[in-house]
Design a protein around this ligand. Structure first.
Ligand code: GDD
Ligand code: MG
Length: 356
């Protein structure tokens, strides 16, 4: 089966992290986010992934190449202008072939059983099947009302408070028959949520929801959700105490309290403390006396002596000066923070120099 992944969004809600890194490539436990997604697809028998993309697209090609390292074929399709979620799919029509295909929103990580979902899709004879997941507040999602047999009655994208009749939402994962493409005009910006799904409902076509309650699911397209995904996966890996890459040196007088993942060529100095859940990328230094708790640290970051870092995301190449405190904060790539600074609940843009 082929899978099409929509990665054309601008990642606006992940700024400033997404200024220089597309959301699909943000590190999750030190692996680009999309790498986790593609590996799961390969395990479910997906043979080809088509990325339909826009923002900072070259970085994805560099990582995935032709896909052979992931056990499948990877194809890239560029949109010269944003075509919307359905327009992006229509734009790939010539590559999709004549079988059922999977579509994923490029910011969703889930443990949905695609194989079981496909069985359900075949049994109902649906033209389109949407994976459904429960959330506490559907306002930021596509709300989906179904009949007892799973048939979709109503789809409301970003429902108003008075429209919320269920907690089941569109999980951003669809199985589609090629005939759905007939409902999408070519070379036009079209939303699958606001237009195509409405057309299927208006014409009474077989359109089903597949309940995935119980399977882990997250849309990592906001900073706090990206952070949560890292924390959740560290928690799920259970017994992981300290998992370290090659060339990393942890001083015997440092404390690393799991679950912690540390990349290659890092140095954790004497008297430093890293409290999980935490991720530290490649080539980082955690200096003596620093205390890092619940953090996602990308590559090449220097954490100065006697600093306190907690509940924060620190992107590539940041330098945190001696004695600084960074709490509940997002530092985009290349931020320099002077010694002794206190940052809390803030987000700093790439390359900013923060002085006292
Ligand atoms: N190729 C392409 N072209 N991709 C696009 C475009 C486009 O013009 N616009 C958005 N995308 C991609 C985004 O990169 C993202 O991966 C996906 O489509 C969904 O867009 P978001 O902007 O993240 O939408 P959302 O999170 O507000 O809502 C969507 O996802 C929810 C689940 O997380 C909707 O599908 C909701 O119905 C759904 O509940
Ligand atoms: Mg999203």
């Amino acid at each position: 089966m082929k899978a099409l992944i929509l990665v054309g969004g601008l990642g606006t809600r992940l700024r400033p992290l997404s200024v220089n890194t597309p959301k699909a490539m943000m590190p999750v436990l030190n692996t680009p986010f999309m790498g986790h997604v593609v590996r799961r697809l390969a395990r479910h028998g997906v043979t080809e992934v088509i990325f339909t993309r826009g923002h900072l697209a070259g970085l994805m090609e560099h990582y995935f190449g032709d896909g052979s390292g992931f056990g499948l074929k990877v194809t890239y399709v560029d949109e010269s202008r944003p075509l919307g979620t359905a327009g992006g799919i229509k734009n790939c029509q010539s590559l999709l072939g004549d079988g059922t295909f999977l579509v994923l929103n490029g910011d969703v990580y889930s443990h949905i059983d695609y194989t079981a979902m496909r069985r359900f899709h075949a049994q109902t004879g649906a033209l389109a099947t949407i994976a459904l997941t429960p959330v506490a507040n559907p306002a930021a999602f596509g709300l989906v009302e179904t009949e007892d047999d799973g048939r979709i009655r109503r789809f409301i994208e970003k429902p108003r408070a008075d429209e919320i009749t269920t907690n089941m939402i569109n999980a951003g994962c669809y199985l589609l028959e090629p005939a759905v493409l007939d409902y999408i005009p070519a070379d036009t910006a079209v939303s699958i949520e606001r237009q195509t799904f409405q057309s299927l409902l208006a014409e009474g076509r077989p359109f089903y929801g597949y309940d995935t309650t119980g399977a882990y699911w997250i849309d990592m397209g906001k900073r706090e959700k990206y952070f949560q995904l890292n924390m959740d996966l560290l928690g799920q890996s259970g017994e992981v105490q300290a998992c370290c890459g090659r060339g990393t040196a942890i001083d015997t007088a440092a404390a690393v309290n799991g679950p912690v993942v540390i990349g290659d060529n890092c140095r954790i100095e004497a008297g430093a403390v890293v409290n999980g859940p935490a991720v530290i990328g490649n080539g980082c230094v955690v200096s003596s006396g620093a205390v890092v708790t619940a953090a996602v640290i990308w590559n090449g970051v220097t954490i100065g002596p006697n600093t306190v870092i907690s509940n924060s995301i620190i992107a590539d190449g940041c330098v945190i000066g001696t004695g600084a405190r960074v709490e509940g904060t997002v530092l985009a790539d290349g931020v320099f923070s002077a010694p002794g600074l206190a940052l809390s609940d803030t987000a700093v843009w790439p390359g900013t120099i923060l002085n006292n």
